[in-house]
Design a protein around this ligand. Sequence first.
Ligand code: F2R
Ligand code: MG
Ligand code: MG
Ligand code: MG
Length: 344
Amino acid sequence: IVKMLKNKFRGCLIGALVGDCFGAPYEGESISSISRIQLQSYFDKLEGPPFLTPLYQYTDDTAMTKCIAESLIQNNKFNARDMAERFVKEFFRNPNRGYGENVCDVFHKFNNQNLENLWKPAQEQFNGSGSYGNGGAMRIAPISLFGFRDYDIMLDIVENSTKLTHTHPLGINGAKLQAIAIFLAVRSDPEKPLDIAEYIKELINKISIVESRLNRVVPSEYSYKNQLLKIHRLLELGDKAVPHLVVEKLGNSVSAMFSVPTAIYCFLRAQQSIADIETNNPFRRTIQYAVSLGGDTDTIASMAGAIAGAYYGIDVIHKNLQQLAEGSDMINELAIRLCDQVTH
Ligand code: F2R
Ligand code: MG
Ligand code: MG
Ligand code: MG
């Protein structure tokens, strides 16, 4: 059991890393400009015989995921100040990892004000409405793992860690949805075919409770529950749900509302074969499909990769992808330490 859990923890964090590294070259491209044939050969080549190439660099998604994992390991609980300090240090060590345009203001304020008020800089974003970007969700994987034994504690840490940079309810609830998707994947038996209907039902139940606690009014079209119902309908269409339709319905942007459900869809869609994607490997299918949708490709592939890796475990991720991703040894080590921590 512990061995299976370790494989799932490693699969989850390495899955997130690999999605980030191999999705990043396509970030910001529109779906129409991405060639499916070219994408097929991109991944074929990566999984083929060794060739000379620099490592594929990770971006802000992984930089911040690493901070969260390290903070949880060091403190064995959520420590807001420590986590914020790590975000700031990491940002100033390398500000060129493709961070969100506005979140940088939060890091500068933390730095200038010596972390005096931990919660204020994020509250001040966007004239006080807070960020609804997917920056909370993209970094959440270690919290699902750390809290995999206690759902309520897990959700609490998700909320507070997200609020360090993102206070808009859609930003927070997007992070919660991604955390729940991973939480359920860790707990699912990869030897049995995934019961997709049951998985979505469980997500809907849990996110409905979260959304019923909203203390701020948001328009009803911005409901994660609604997005999950769309996922269900799109999955029933199979390949008739062409990539353009998926993007039209679910989105591919840097906002949490229009990227987290998309990532969940990618994971679920990749349980079966997909037109124009030739592979028997469901993890590769997940991230190749995510990238094919364009838009926020590093983040959607990373979030989808985290869920898929948490479900299947590390062995599903092709060795080349692991070796060609910058920081894979470091991320692997963090996954093992997180697992040791929660199983001892
Ligand atoms: N920043 C990027 N990618 C953009 C371009 C880089 C690339 N090199 C390219 O063009 O090829 N990626 C990273 O940012 C995303 C996560 O962003 P995060 O951390 O949520 O940042 P931020 O700044 O808080 O929000 C992002 C944007 O969302 C819009 N937005 C958010 N809240 C808003 C609100 N209340 N009102 C209006 N707009 C809001 C803004 O445009 C923000 O800039 C990931 O994709 C990561 O990979
Ligand atoms: Mg990024
Ligand atoms: Mg932000
Ligand atoms: Mg991104």
